[in-house]
Design a protein around this ligand. Structure first.
Ligand SMILES: [Fe+2]
Length: 304
């Protein structure tokens, strides 16, 4: 996998163009922009938009730094983090931005795996699994929610790969086979320095982190949702499109909340309920809802 060299942000349109170009070609852009990192605490949204040169319809900033006690989720620990994508119940953030305020003096390196490259290898070596990644709907567990649908799916015209931190559910043979492959992959390792900014296509790349002990490590993560889809290679996109059409047909008679959980938003697109500010998050804690989704999932036939 090729990730470009780190370069100096010049705060102009050429810098925005370069960052975006790298994001949609290699999937990662690595920038040194200490002025931006210094300002991030005050105005993360305008920094995200400034970096991308695009309107962000949603942005979720979060501090990644060790916390005392027993923090929920890897964000507050110094443990290694397995390779995963940033989750969301309906539509994963298009871009994950990491802004490094203080690196750990020991470890805490960023690990990256190109999901498209991984899919190419699986297509060549394990064609049955490759099809299943597109055509088998799964309940993919993340820390606080589930991704409901195939491992790779086209949602709002953007091809999204979903990989949770948690192990696949019992009996999920596709998830287990994919997790085994991910575990054997050698990731690219980057060491972010103070003032570095890393932009990652979160629909394409898996990311993780190595362990560290330095309790002063402090990064900000900004998950950013854009109005436009992230472009993807034609064969992958086409595979995803055909499955999405089948999904839409087979979900037509179900309630909207079920359609939405499978990533089908009909003609409404980004106007659909899940993207409105006041829409409640899915009640994943409610077991009966999960059971219902599981039943729908088992009734689907997405193969072709
Ligand atoms: Fe993450």
């Amino acid at each position: 996998m090729h990730i470009g060299e780190r370069w100096r942000w010049a705060n102009d349109e050429a810098s925005q163009d370069r960052a975006w170009h790298e994001l949609i070609t290699t999937g990662v852009s690595w920038i040194h922009a200490p002025e931006m990192v210094r300002k991030v605490e005050r105005d993360a949204l305008s920094i995200a938009e400034g970096l991308l040169g695009r309107y962000a319809f949603r942005m979720v900033p979060a501090w990644i730094t060790p916390l005392d006690g027993n923090p929920r989720g890897y964000e507050g620990t110094s443990q290694p983090t397995p390779l995963h994508t940033e989750p969301h119940p309906y539509l994963a953030a298009h871009v994950m931005i990491l802004l490094c305020v203080t690196p750990a003096f020991d470890g805490g390196d960023t690990l990256l795996v190109d999901g498209w490259q991984l899919l190419d290898e699986i297509r060549a070596n394990q064609p049955v699994l490759y099809r299943s990644l597109f055509q088998t709907a799964r309940l993919i567990p993340f820390a606080q929610t589930y991704w409901v649908g195939p491992t790779v799916s086209l949602r709002l015209d953007s091809l999204q790969l979903a990989q949770g931190i948690a192990a696949p559910r019992k009996g999920d043979s596709v998830g287990t086979a994919f997790a085994d492959i991910v575990q054997l992959t050698t990731p690219t390792t980057l060491r972010l320095e103070a003032g570095d900014v890393l932009l990652v296509n979160n629909h394409r790349f898996l990311h993780g982190r190595s362990a560290f002990t330095d309790q002063k490590r402090r990064l900000m993560r900004c998950n950013v949702w854009l109005r436009e889809p992230m472009p993807s290679p034609r064969p992958l996109h086409e595979e995803g499109r055909q499955v999405a059409e089948r999904l839409a047909r087979q979900l037509a008679s179900y309630e909207p909340w079920i359609q939405h959980r499978f990533g089908w938003f009909g003609a409404e697109g980004l106007e659909a309920e899940p993207f409105r500010e006041d829409y409640p998050r899915p009640p994943d804690a409610a077991l009966e809802k999960l059971k219902q989704l599981g039943m729908v999932m088992r009734s689907l036939d997405l193969t072709f």
